[in-house]
Design a protein around this ligand. Structure first.
Ligand SMILES: [Zn+2]
Ligand SMILES: [Zn+2]
Length: 828
């Protein structure tokens, strides 16, 4: 989202004040605007596929008076840009920040979050000619966009400037000396600003505000790194005598105050009541119908989306592929005269949808086939802008695109948006849906479920999409693998003292002892000192383990990288690897040189790695004793070895062969959530002892698939293990662990909302219409055991037994007058 756009559209234009449902004046030149309800009826003709239709009603904006402290000149400038008065949430957040409170504003796309932080920042810089402010964006591109936006409204003597890796050295000196608003990113604060903080002394001494934009992007291990960069920044500021106010902006997420507080290590107040206007949307949830295997020999090539699973093939009933369904809906919408944008997850998928749509139209309405195109990364910027323009003018009627972030800011106002699968987070869902609709006219948005447990759950539980946001951004600054290196960095910036320890959290003292024992730090009476010459190396965006480069053997071209953690499973010798939608076969994986040599090839089989995993429990941090069930959170040691891979025919799913692999075992020390259940409780639930492994395994798969519902991760960030008897727990056990050294906070979040998470898991399995399990419920695309054994019906029984036990434990706890179990607080 271009910030200028955000700033402007989030504000009450005169026209917007007068929005009215009866106002047809913004009707496009092409004439008729398809009524969404009517259009939806035509799209679904004869197919039983809608699980829910939600009318997201139009919201009128709530403008309020300017806060008294906003200088007259700034108001005048904003008025000149069409801003008459701020929306209520902008004024509320600005007021809090002005009064010295740390604040996070968490409201919808294009709600004008930037004005919320520019009001206090520009007012302060205007009132004090020496004051400074820092703006952090997750990417260089966003900071550059912000410069354009703020440049238009900032007083001349603020001299806003970008400071990032591309800033020429000769310019950096100027930025340090003269810019009073510096726009940068966390990487640059870590690599460029903190190590040379003495050269920034004047700027830091006068620092009044730190703006952290798009703060929901700081999640998982990356988020934990950024949390410590911010703590180091706060510590250095304190040395120079300043204590800036933090102003954060986030997409709508669960618990914004909690996440923001964790990110900056301070108490942050959330402003979430969105006062900006919004057009109405008719939102349809669509589940592709089942069909028989006989007629879909081409299904394989159509589901050639890295995210789709092939495991369904060979089952008795399978669903129409998501890409096929997307193409059908797109073709029908175009045939009905609706300008439609379809979002597809992979580049290859976007091409496939566009060509299937053209083929479908070719038969029905031949002259429309040319008015559908694909849109993806890799096209030149000008070409992409032209495609957008053509869609806006109606020259093009259908566009199949990869993801929203690549799109230009002007592309708002199509008649319908089709989402080919849940885009992963509610924030992206609303961002993509937000492309639909012009002015006061309602638009249509259709979400087509993919064949996986999360999508299936969502189309059957609209309250998870349209109710309060359930997913919270998760990060874990206490991860010792993250905290240790940052303590070393902090020590190079200025010796660490006892007074610094609370800033870095409970585990800091213990980790310092270890760093001293390892010879990295030295303890002296005045504090801890870094012993090395240079600085400790930290890759803020790395996920642990050396990443593997994917190189095309014939040309030496670097295609990309995969992180070390998943390399064995994805780019082993012989693997068919999809990179940005293109297909490659791996000739050799060289672990010593961290390189996978590949050649472009599109064989008619796919490859599936098989692995063996073992796990030992290192320590238990939290536990709930629920009688026959135990719920745990703690540290585990996972050993995983990829041992072979299967080649499967794409069209039929038939296994061609299984080939051995010679790869070393790998160890991962991380955090996990696990539950145990007694054999007696399993028997009472009616599960035959022989079916226990399949019951636990199926429950584990579905639980991993549903974890993104409660934490912003995807299923590839987490792993699992289930066993009918585990040596460390002495009971049937299901483990779900973070796939990053030291953990990323996902398993911890799962523990705290265990009841909510497992109830959703149970619902996802039981509401699936398949007989014996499918990718929509208990199959996993990443199962190292070929999805065997799995028992769908018994998984529901296991989860019922676990949930019952947790509920009774809560009742007992409250009857005994004890504190309500925190993790069960969401049960009622
Ligand atoms: Zn199923
Ligand atoms: Zn499995």
């Amino acid at each position: 989202m271009d910030p200028l756009f955000d700033l402007v559209t989030g504000l009450p234009f005169d026209e917007l004040d007068d929005w009215d449902a009866d106002d047809f004046s913004d009707q496009s030149a092409s004439g008729s605007w398809p009524d969404p309800t009517d259009l939806l009826q035509r799209l679904t003709r004869g197919v039983d596929c809608l699980t829910h239709v939600e009318r997201v009603v139009r919201r009128t904006g709530r403008p309020v008076e300017w806060p008294k402290w906003v200088p007259r000149e700034l108001r005048a400038t904003l008025r000149a840009h069409g801003v008459r008065r701020p929306w209520s949430h902008q004024a509320a957040a600005a007021d809090l920040a002005h009064s010295g409170r740390h604040v996070v504003v968490s409201t919808g796309t294009a709600s004008g979050k930037s004005l919320a932080y520019y009001l206090p920042v520009l007012s302060a810089l205007g009132a004090d000619q020496r004051a400074t402010a820092l703006y952090l964006a997750p990417s260089k591109a966003l900071a550059a966009d912000q410069l354009r936006a703020v440049g238009a409204i900032a007083p001349a003597d603020v001299r806003p400037a970008v400071f990032d890796g591309d800033t020429p050295w000769e310019e950096r000196e100027w930025v340090r000396s003269f810019a009073r608003l510096v726009l940068t990113n966390p990487d640059m604060v870590h690599h460029g600003m903190l190590p040379r903080h003495a050269t920034w002394a004047t700027f830091l001494r006068r620092l009044r505000y730190v703006v952290i934009d798009e703060c929901h992007t700081y999640r998982g291990v990356f988020g934990s790194h950024v949390a410590h960069v911010i703590r180091r920044l706060r510590r250095v500021c304190e040395r120079y005598g300043s204590s800036p106010v933090f102003l954060l902006a986030s997409a709508t997420v669960g618990d914004p105050a909690g996440t923001a507080s964790r990110l900056v290590g301070l108490d942050v107040t959330a402003v979430t009541d969105d006062g900006s206007p919004r057009g109405g949307v008719t939102f349809a949830l669509w589940e592709p119908p089942f069909m028989m295997t006989g007629g879909v020999q081409n299904l394989g090539s159509e589901t050639f989306d890295g995210d789709d699973s092939f495991d369904a093939i060979g089952q008795s009933r399978i669903r129409v592929s998501t890409l096929r369904q997307t193409a059908d809906v797109l073709a029908d919408a175009v045939a009905n005269g609706a300008r439609t944008l379809a979002f597809v997850r992979s580049r290859r998928g976007a091409e496939v949808v566009a060509s299937m749509t053209r083929r479908a139209l070719d038969e029905a309405v031949p002259d429309l086939a040319d008015r559908v195109a694909a849109y993806r990364a890799g096209y030149l910027r000008e070409d992409r802008r032209r495609l957008e323009q053509d869609l806006l003018t109606g020259e093009l009627l259908g566009l199949a695109s990869t993801n929203a972030l690549e799109l230009g800011v002007d592309l708002v106002g199509v008649d319908a948006v089709v989402l080919s699968g849940y885009p992963g987070t509610l924030a992206s869902l609303w961002q993509q849906a937000g492309r639909a609709g012009r002015g006061a006219r309602d638009a249509l948005c259709v979400l087509i479920a993919r064949d996986d447990p999360l999508d299936t759950y969502l189309v059957h539980h609209p309250e998870a999409l349209f109710g309060r946001p359930v997913e919270a951004t998760v990060l874990d600054p206490s991860n010792p693998y993250v905290l240790g290196p940052h303590l070393c960095c902090a020590a190079t910036e200025s010796p660490l003292t006892d007074a610094d320890l609370p800033l870095f959290g409970d585990g800091a003292a213990e980790i310092l002892d270890r760093l001293v024992a390892d010879g990295l730090l030295r303890r002296r009476p005045t504090g801890w000192y870094w012993t090395g010459d240079g600085r400790p190396e930290i890759d803020l965006r790395g996920s642990g383990g050396a990443s593997i480069s994917i190189v095309e053997q014939s040309t030496g071209r670097l295609l990309g990288t995969v992180d070390g953690g998943s390399a064995h499973a994805h780019v082993h010798t012989g693997a068919v690897h999809l990179h940005q939608g293109e297909s490659y076969v791996v000739d050799a994986l060289d672990l010593d040189d961290c390189v996978a040599l590949v050649h472009a090839e599109e064989p008619d089989w796919s490859t599936h790695a098989r692995d063996v995993t073992s796990l030992t429990v290192e320590s238990v941090r939290h536990v709930v004793d629920a009688g026959p069930v135990g719920m745990f959170f703690g540290t585990v040691d996972v050993t995983n070895q990829v041992v072979s891979y299967q080649r499967r025919r794409i069209a039929t799913g038939e296994v061609i062969d299984t080939r051995p692999l010679d790869l070393p075992a790998r160890r991962l020390k991380t955090t996990a959530v696990w539950w145990t259940i007694s054999p007696q409780a399993l028997a009472d639930a009616g599960i035959d002892p022989a079916d226990v492994p399949g019951a636990l395994h199926a429950a584990e798969h579905a639980a991993i698939g549903l974890l993104p519902l409660v934490a912003t991760c995807d299923r590839w960030d987490i792993g699992g293990l289930s066993t009918a008897l585990h040596a460390d727990t002495d009971a049937p056990t299901v483990f779900v662990y973070d796939g990053h050294p030291g953990g990323a906070g996902f398993a911890e979040r799962a523990y705290h909302v265990a009841a909510e998470w497992l109830r959703a898991t149970r619902e996802a399995i039981s509401s699936c219409g398949c007989e014996h399990g499918c990718p929509s419920c208990v199959h996993s695309p990443k199962c190292g055991n070929g999805n065997e054994p799995l028992s769908k019906a018994d998984a529901v029984r296991v989860l019922d037994a676990v949930l019952d036990a947790l509920r009774s434990a809560e009742r007992r706890a409250s009857a005994a007058g004890g504190a309500k179990l925190a993790m069960l607080s969401a049960t009622s």
